[in-house]
Design a protein around this ligand. Structure first.
Ligand code: HEC
Ligand code: HEC
Ligand code: HEC
Length: 139
């Protein structure tokens, strides 16, 4: 063992601690955890399924909304039939937000985390938050 063994080890330890400062300070910093979007109606019969299967909605909800808007605005066609025979009124506020009643706990949780900021709410009414079982009041 070299004579300076202890001092070398101590020196290395100090060196490593300093170099890794960003790592260990991060370990102890309280980062707010990413929160999952809240599915308010998961257990409410009739409202427990999205328009399309959830995996599809995750990726394509913005396309579906565009499709709905075009259908309503251009063709005055408001009825959307799903493959499994359900019918929805093509409406952002009256339909989507009737199940996803709390925009902040649903839409915003994803969008904020990803810095997406849809401009829809400049015109469309953001619903008043109510228990999901009561549906959404639209004015
Ligand atoms: C009838 C109630 C209902 C309607 C109407 C509805 N949703 Fe959903 N939505 C749900 C439920 C329930 C889930 C979760 C389903 C699951 O986990 O299988 C869901 C899932 C989703 C997801 C995926 C969330 C995730 O974390 O997996 C997105 C995005 C979504 N909906 C957006 C929309 C949009 C946009 C509309 C309107 C075009 C809409 N939903 C209309 C009930 C609804
Ligand atoms: C599971 C996460 C998730 C949920 C929940 C979610 N979104 Fe999104 N949304 C995204 C992502 C990711 C994008 C961006 C996709 C991209 O840029 O390609 C997006 C984009 C959009 C866009 C297009 C915005 C743009 O600038 O292109 C609209 C409109 C939109 N979301 C509406 C909604 C509405 C309304 C809700 C609530 C009913 C909702 N989303 C809930 C993840 C989510
Ligand atoms: C400049 C104002 C404005 C903005 C911004 C806007 N819309 Fe609209 N939207 C309208 C108007 C007006 C209608 C027609 C309402 C009707 O005939 O029921 C409409 C209709 C719709 C419809 C069908 C009817 C309904 O009740 O929802 C959908 C779906 C829709 N818009 C989605 C969106 C989405 C998604 C965004 C954001 C990406 C968006 N809109 C941004 C003004 C706007």
């Amino acid at each position: 063992m070299p004579r300076d063994f202890n001092r070398i080890v101590l020196g290395l330890a100090v060196f490593l601690a300093l170099v890794l400062t960003p790592v260990w300070t991060n370990l102890f910093r309280s980062v707010p955890p990413l929160q999952d979007p809240e599915i308010a109606t998961r257990n409410i019969p009739g409202k427990d399924k999205c328009v399309l299967p959830s995996v599809e909605m995750k990726v394509t909800h913005m396309n579906l909304l565009n499709q709905w808007r075009d259908s309503v605005v251009r063709n005055d066609q408001r009825d959307y039939a799903t493959a499994d025979g359900r019918h929805f009124d093509m409406s952002l506020s009256r339909t989507c937000m009737n199940c996803h009643t709390d925009k902040a706990k649903f839409c915003d949780r994803c969008h904020n985390a990803l810095a997406v900021n849809p401009y829809c709410w400049d015109c469309h009414v953001e619903p008043l938050v109510q228990p999901a079982s009561m549906g959404t009041e639209v004015r």
